[in-house]
Design a protein around this ligand. Sequence first.
Ligand code: NAD
Length: 255
Amino acid sequence: MTHTPPEQCTAIVTGAARGIGAAVAVRLAHDGMAVGVIDLDEADCADTVDAITRSGGTATAVAADVSDESAVTQAVARIAATLGPPTVLVNNAGIGPRAELVEMSTRQWDTVTGVNLRGPFLLARSVCPYMIEAEWGRIVNMSSISAVGDAARVDYGSAKAGLIGFTKSLALQLGRHGITANAIAPGFVVSDMTRASARRLGRDFEEFRRSAAQSIPVGRVGEPEDIAHTASFLVSRAAGFVSGQVIYVAGGPVD
Ligand code: NAD
């Protein structure tokens, strides 16, 4: 069966106030989609929304904690009412604090898995009915190279690996509705998250970034736009035969 995208596509991008999510939101707007920008604080989304509207695109900001069930339900309903039924979802919001296993509180485990894994589930469950109705949809989940193991963050590594299983399961279950689901697993990308990692380790960010680049085959770290290009392809009409995949955007292969 051939599934075709709606003429006007609405995309939801979570964690889009800054970093990778902001770059993805701007890119999808450039591709012609109206974008629902979700982040913890609506005011923090202003830069992303302004960047989109300044270049003639359409976007709206909605505050929601992606791990909060009722906040997600309300945010998705508000975006659908403002911009039209969402048929593209990029689950990008994520947190990755560091803690040794023996010092990790249960609350930290629940918070990290809540944002990185429960959040994508809540969003997908809320957005999917619109995709099924349209008989077309694209889901992209932001995993990480930490999915193959992260010595500093067992909670984060577990959630990002879980997100890959979630992605493949979605692809199997939803393909018949014209919905694809894929994961992007970024390597080191310049953002507040990697800046915070440098700070926590007491390292100067430029030095941290240069030393990371030395172990990356292409000889540089990633920029948010590197991830946005990949997301743009995965949500496009052209990517309709790509589903259940993990694309490592890491400047080289990942074991
Ligand atoms: P970032 O910290 O710069 O941005 C993350 C955004 O998510 C922030 O705007 C934050 O407010 C938002 N957010 C956090 N918790 C939220 C919640 N509960 N509800 C809604 N929004 C929330 O991070 P980034 O580097 O842009 O990372 C984006 C995604 O990419 C994350 O899922 C991260 O795990 C993943 N990732 C990043 C890197 C990297 O090197 N930067 C590498 C691999 C994977």
